[in-house]
Write a protein that binds this ligand. Sequence first.
Ligand SMILES: Cc1ncc(COP(=O)(O)O)c(C=O)c1O
Length: 305
Amino acid sequence: MHQFLPYAWFGGRCVPFAEATLSVATHALHYGTGAFGGMRAIPSASDPDEILLFRADRHARRLSQSARLLLTELSEATILDAITAFLKANKPSTPVYLRPFVYTSDLGIAPRLHNIETDFLIYGLELGDYLSPEGVSCRISSWTRQEDRSLPLRGKISGAYITSSLAKTEAVKSGFDEALLLNSRGKVSEASGMNLFLVRDGVLITPGVDQDILEGITRASVLELARAMDIPVLERPVDKSELFIADEVFLSGTAAKVTPVRRVESTDLPSQRPVMERIRERLTAITEGRDPVYDHWVTRIRLDA
Ligand SMILES: Cc1ncc(COP(=O)(O)O)c(C=O)c1O
């Protein structure tokens, strides 16, 4: 059972977590017509009254855009104000994961996005390592990543996560930790909830935004950092066979952070990962507020203000 934070943001205010409940007839529960975000909030090591959020502006923008894809309005300012109030109410003293969620809150049937009430909530939980930082084994899923022509993939639309769920469980039940999904053109897209990188001959390669990926905020940050660290970067279609001969393969995401891939199907990958290690170290320092060059990626929320 997860350790949830004591207060949720629900119906426009903070209420005790146990009181933030929904009707069985909630529209989004039946049709997957919600969109969520996922952010980590870390108490500052130097100041107990300060919480650090990594790229909060980007997370708010993506959630606001996801809302727009569901034909509803949720401004970035509304999201950031609610997150601030939520953190002030909860005053987390350990790293936590925040889950903001916009959804069709109407009661009743008929899949639609017009003439419907929507609402916005936030809850939080303690979250350690989502995947082992030592590395994971990956199965290439028999499920295909959706296409943007049938579902807006630029948003974190909750209904889309049926494919992630099927792929993850298929992988775990067959003895792997995580799933890698190919897209409908047979190219490597991403994992069940993370983007994918590989390194070949010193070049950092990742599927481009035209490969049916979620436009991950960690992915964008890894790319920007790599360029600044003079690591050559390529965004291009990735073939399945490249996974077996890569020098390094790793995953990126808010929950998974930067996680190495140890094995793909039955192929073990090299245990030395110099490029990933450099990037992971830098990204960790940034998220913990220890890198002055990238301090603008960190939002500091004062709990005593
Ligand atoms: C399907 C999917 N891909 C990629 C990611 C990584 O995105 P981010 O780095 O913004 O967390 C996530 C997690 O949010 C995800 O759910």
